[in-house]
Design a protein around this ligand. Structure first.
Ligand code: NAP
Length: 258
């Protein structure tokens, strides 16, 4: 019997996993997406959309679907979903894997202001008006509306429900090239970039260009990982390590004759 896996997706690592698992007879995987974007990236796996109704709802789903391994490959800032997954496997014991991604780290020439959340990011922009490129996603813009003395260029995949007054909106989905990021920042006279420390290659070009242009970057640091003490749970970095963990789960299940 193939190992019944639930993947909580939304990251590039989840897309890699989906592509690798779709024709692998050892696994029967379902991809779950929050449904945040109007046109989610296509998945070759069976897909479900939307929340489960907290940790209890996820635990109930794991039981109802007889899930044998839970892979949490959400965005590094989807901290609630990661916490819910840890709580859910407390309630309904299931091997759990969290797929993480290395954070970006500053190199020579970077001018980063590290902040812990979006309110601190808005404060870090300072009292003097500046031209700001905001690339924090469409859900986290409220604190910037309160700092409306700045001129904002907001980039997100879908239109935000609320954004700072007079913000200019750019709707785009990465990956972005260095040439495109340079053109954007130079042509629009960007003075400071605000970003989450998402890590990964798809959206890193903006940091390379900010460094080359000597621009300040307000970098929002990651939320903490959930406490996995006492759980059959592991954290790995990247899709390859996740595939190794899954192969181990499948062979253990086969040995147990499941
Ligand atoms: P979140 O705050 O961790 O999750 C909020 C709720 O969304 C969860 O409690 C869950 O609802 C639902 N949810 C999240 N991921 C899900 C999944 N894969 N399948 C089913 N339900 C899911 O995550 P978020 O609201 O998606 O995003 C938080 C931050 O991450 C934002 O800064 C966002 O920009 C960034 N981000 C997220 C994604 C993503 O795909 N999740 C992608 C890019 C960026 P229930 O409690 O009802 O189960």
């Amino acid at each position: 019997m193939p190992l019944n896996i639930l993947i909580l997706g939304g990251s590039s690592e989840a897309s890699v996993l989906a592509a690798r698992l779709k024709d692998d007879a050892r696994f029967a995987a379902t991809m779950s997406l929050a449904g945040r974007t109007a046109t989610p990236t296509a998945s070759p796996l069976p897909r479900r959309l939307g929340g489960f109704g907290g940790a209890e709802g996820l635990a109930a789903y794991l039981e109802a679907e007889q899930v044998e391994a839970l892979v949490v490959a959400v965005h590094p800032f989807a901290a609630q979903m990661r916490r819910n997954a840890a709580q859910a496997v407390h309630l309904r014991p299931t091997p759990l894997l969290i797929v993480d991604r290395p954070a970006w780290t500053p190199v020579a020439g970077d001018r980063w202001a590290l902040v812990s959340d979006m309110s601190a990011a808005a404060t870090a922009l300072g009292a003097a008006p500046r031209r700001v490129l905001l690339t924090v996603g469409r859900q986290d813009l409220a604190p910037f509306a309160a700092a409306d003395h700045h001129a904002y260029l907001v980039r997100s995949i879908d239109p935000p429900e609320a954004s700072p007054a007079d913000a200019e909106l750019i709707l785009a989905r990465g990956p972005f090239s260095e040439a495109d990021e340079r053109r954007l920042m130079v042509e629009r006279g960007v003075e400071v970039l605000v970003t989450k420390n998402a890590g990964g290659g798809a959206t890193e070009a903006k940091l390379v260009v900010a460094r080359a242009l000597g621009l300040e970057v307000v970098m929002v640091e990651r939320p903490p990982l959930p406490d996995l003490t006492g759980l059959d749970a592991q954290i790995v970095t990247g899709a390859e390590a996740a595939l190794t963990w899954l192969a181990h789960q499948a062979s253990s299940a086969a040995e147990r004759g499941v």
